[in-house]
Design a binder for this molecule. Structure first.
Ligand code: NDP
Ligand code: BG6
Length: 513
């Protein structure tokens, strides 16, 4: 892995704009990248992976010589794969020029190999085909495991034994879930490490590829006004909110085995927390960033069950439309206690964050779809305006909101004088709404992550010690919920979730934003 990595670091997506990729890709005639989407017939491959690869191709970010292979058990010809993929491709709003032509060019580089996930012979057949396309160039190979987790290890075993690159790098992107507790996660890691080195494993958490999460460190470390305030001295609480306005439709079978804590909190929200709370890394190098993140994760106080509220959505009829409850899904047992909602108060036991509640809330089938970070600042000590005008203290505190989706934005709630004679205070927003400021469409998280994996840039992927620390935090709680068969608080589909979440926040003098 060493040699290509050195070259790639210079051209990494961290510093290189798309035009530069194009130049460096054009120059590279000696090597080729083969991307194999394992589980190509599945939902994620169609929804995210192929469209992201096309977007990279359109932006000239893929190497000059590349080939994409779909691999799955389903029988398909190359033409059938292309037809399937074509239906999922879209052009960016700002990039429609020659889009149809580009799609056909892209599709002509996509091929299909049918095979079992546990068959070395089938992967050997894939290897043969890859070699034909690589045409004697240095071969770099990326396998994207877009398959259910119980077959990860078999697929890695067969792919590495039969289809490892002979003279370039071989990397594997692993989709979540990485186990369902500390034990199973450690077992998965050690099984993968029988066949791969840690630096070949790219554990994906697609939230790390989202634009506003990438921007979190820029906001904090390149603006003087935020970093000095980023501590218990000025911050009252931090809220990490994930909400979806649809249920587990179509994924109930998977979801029931995991639940919302494993599906969203242990990974997406905890990763955001780690980036939010970390100390300044020594550099932007992946290891420096991940070293700081893991310190945060290892400094978390044990999560107590009485600091957690769980819920499950039930059916609800609104405006004559009937919305199903979680257990109405045929793939979910009728007596399932799996939480589709959870709220938790977490604490970081270090000098910067001692005593600051980090409140997480994640839920399906709620009243809206959003992902946000809300930072509520402390009251202004001895506030002149509260004293003189009796302003409501709560209204007077500043709040920084980083809206990850939809409608990406960063806004800061400030107190402002209402213009005119007299003195009345008003709460206003300093608002950076991305679509008003930037005309370029924001790339999907999978584009950034795929590009980084191709380039060997690891900073947005989860290192095994981060994963261990994340599971150490949540495993005791998950065990307790399972063992005590804690009954979730039921909430109607499309509502704001269980009221218990408000009591939990109130316990720490917090109001959800
Ligand atoms: P799918 O259930 O669609 O499975 C992908 C492919 O794997 C299928 O097309 C099928 O291909 C094969 N497969 C499915 N079940 C089995 C089985 N029991 N044994 C062997 N092969 C099987 O998964 P997704 O595409 O939804 O997800 C892929 C991975 O990504 C999973 O790990 C998932 O947790 C993760 N993920 C998915 C997200 C999503 O939105 N879908 C979001 C985030 C993560 P064939 O029969 O042709 O071999
Ligand atoms: C996935 C979860 O990781 O993230 C899903 O498994 C969830 O349950 C999805 O719907 C949300 O991702 P996004 O990017 O649509 O917010």
């Amino acid at each position: 892995d060493e040699a290509p990595l050195k070259n790639l670091k210079e051209g990494s997506s961290l510093v290189t704009p798309p035009e530069e990729h194009k130049k460096s890709n054009d120059n590279d005639d000696k090597s080729t990248v083969s991307i194999t989407v394992v589980g190509a017939s599945g939902d994620l491959a169609k929804k995210k992976i192929f469209p992201a690869l096309f977007a990279l191709y359109y932006e000239d970010c893929l190497p000059k010589h590349f080939t994409i292979f779909g691999y799955a058990r389903s029988k398909m010809t190359d033409a059938e794969l292309r037809n399937m993929v074509r239906k999922t491709l879209t052009c960016r709003i700002d990039k429609r020029e020659n889009c149809g032509e580009k799609m056909e060019e892209f599709l002509s580089r996509c091929f299909y190999q049918s095979g079992q996930y546990d068959s070395e012979e089938n992967f050997e057949e894939l290897d043969k085909k890859l070699k034909e396309h690589e045409a004697g160039r240095v071969s770099n190979r990326l396998f994207y495991l877009s398959i259910p987790p119980n077959i990860f290890v078999n697929a890695v075993k067969c792919a590495t034994l039969s289809a490892t690159s002979a003279n370039g790098w071989t990397r594997v992107i692993v989709e979540k879930p990485f186990g369902r507790d500390s034990e199973s996660s450690a077992a998965l890691t050690s099984a993968l490490k029988q066949y791969l080195e840690e630096d070949q494993i790219f554990r994906i958490d697609h939230y790390l590829g989202k634009e506003l999460i990438e921007n979190l460190s820029v906001l904090r470390f390149s603006n003087l006004i935020f970093e000095p305030l980023w501590s218990r001295q000025y911050i009252r609480n931090v809220q990490l909110i994930f909400s979806e306005d649809f249920g587990t439709e179509g994924r109930g079978g998977y979801f029931d085995h995991y639940g919302i804590i494993r599906d969203i909190m242990q990974n997406h929200l905890l990763q955001i927390l780690a980036i939010f709370a970390m100390e300044t890394p020594v550099s932007l190098d992946a290891e420096d960033i991940r070293n700081e993140k893991v310190k945060v994760l290892r400094s978390m106080m044990p999560l107590r069950a009485d600091d957690v509220v769980i819920g499950q959505y039930k059916s609800h009829t609104k405006g004559g439309v009937s919305y199903p409850g979680y257990t109405d899904d045929k793939t979910v047992p009728n007596d399932s206690l799996t939480p589709t909602f959870a709220a938790a108060a977490l604490f970081i036991n270090n000098a910067r964050w001692d005593g600051v509640p980090f409140l997480m809330k994640a839920g399906k089938a709620l009243h809206n779809r959003r992902a946000e970070i809300r930072v509520q600042f402390r009251h202004v000590p001895g506030n002149l305006y509260n004293r003189s005008f009796g302003t409501d203290l709560d209204r007077a505190t500043n709040e920084l909101v980083i809206r990850v989706q939809p409608d990406e934005a960063i806004y800061l709630k400030i107190n402002n004088k209402v213009p005119g004679l007299g003195m009345r205070l008003d709460r206003s927003n300093l608002n950076l709404l991305y679509k008003a400021r930037y005309s370029k469409e924001i790339p999907c998280a999978y584009e950034r992550l795929l590009l980084d994996a191709i380039e060997g840039e690891r900073r947005l992927f989860i290192r095994s010690d981060e994963l261990d620390a994340a599971w150490s935090l949540f495993t005791p709680l998950l065990k307790e919920l399972d063992e005590k068969k804690i009954i979730p608080e039921y909430y109607p589909y499309g509502s704001r979730g269980p009221v218990g979440a408000h009591y939990l926040a109130a316990k720490y003098n917090v109001k959800w934003g």
